[in-house]
Design a protein around this ligand. Structure first.
Ligand code: NI
Length: 257
């Protein structure tokens, strides 16, 4: 089965047709979707989605663009959400120096605090990092050693990806890999082992070719799997088979017998 390790079905872009869209997943081979958290207001919506759909799991956390909304009270609330059975990770968290919506010191403070909470709970983390390569690496080394993590929507060098792989982390690959100009990501996929790659949409964003620019959804992950297969000279089935194993390991998802 295909596992989408990072989606945002709580987004209002799905309000019109969420139910009919999610009803199509099973027949298209999308067996599991992990819905990542980004804002404080997303947590309750995500919890509800995990209750309504057996194949949806969730993560809660606060995106670096929203770091200013965090405080001790919200950290305590997050901790309660993390105890829910189908909340399987803390995220997405990290650093975003592209938008720089919050001061870098504030982003770092709450990134580290959320990593500490994940360690306390023994839970994997979903990392968002944009134009903050060096600081992210440094914080992961100091605060996330030995933890399970995925560097989601990976956008840095192949060299750095190899370093993350050595640290035991997974690299999240989505629609961008199908873009003609995504030279760095294509090179990364060729240079790291398939055993370190997980599939993700980040939907509604980042739809793969031929849907680039449109609303993304998990149904399009087959295009991502095909591109990875092409880059690695293997079959798409092999990509799906191995990334399922990787995603189950990342989020501790047992196979239903
Ligand atoms: Ni995301």
């Amino acid at each position: 089965m295909i596992i989408d390790t990072h989606a945002h079905y709580d987004d209002e872009q799905f309000d019109e047709d969420r139910e009919s869209l999610l009803a199509k997943m099973k027949n298209a081979g999308i067996g599991i979707i992990v819905n990542a958290g980004s804002t404080i207001s997303s947590w309750e919506k995500i919890r509800k989605l995990t209750k309504e759909y057996p194949f949806i799991y969730g993560a809660v956390g606060v995106h670096p663009d929203e770091a200013g909304t965090l405080n001790e009270e919200q950290m305590a609330r997050m901790s309660v959400f993390l105890d829910e059975e189908k909340i399987v990770a803390l995220g997405e968290i990290g650093l975003d120096y592209y938008w720089d919506k919050e001061s870098r010191d504030l982003q770092k403070k709450w990134f580290i605090r959320q990593l500490d909470l994940a360690r306390e709970k023994n839970m994997p983390v979903i990392i968002h990092s944009r134009e903050a390569a060096a600081d992210t690496m440094e914080i992961m080394k100091r605060h996330a050693a030995g933890m399970k993590a995925v560097i989601h929507c990976y956008s840095y060098s192949a060299e750095m990806a190899k370093e993350y792989v050595k640290m035991g982390y997974y690299i999240g690959v989505g629609g961008v890999v199908t873009f003609k100009n995504a030279k760095k990501l294509k090179e990364t996929v060729q240079e790291i082992p398939l055993s370190s790659i997980v599939l993700e949409t980040d939907c509604p964003y980042l739809a793969p070719v031929p849907y680039r620019g449109k609303r993304n959804c998990s149904l399009y992950l087959s295009y991502v799997a095909e591109e990875i297969a092409k880059l690695k000279g293997i079959s798409a089935e092999e990509v799906v088979r191995q990334t399922e194993i990787n995603s189950r390991d990342l989020y501790n998802l047992q196979r239903a017998e």
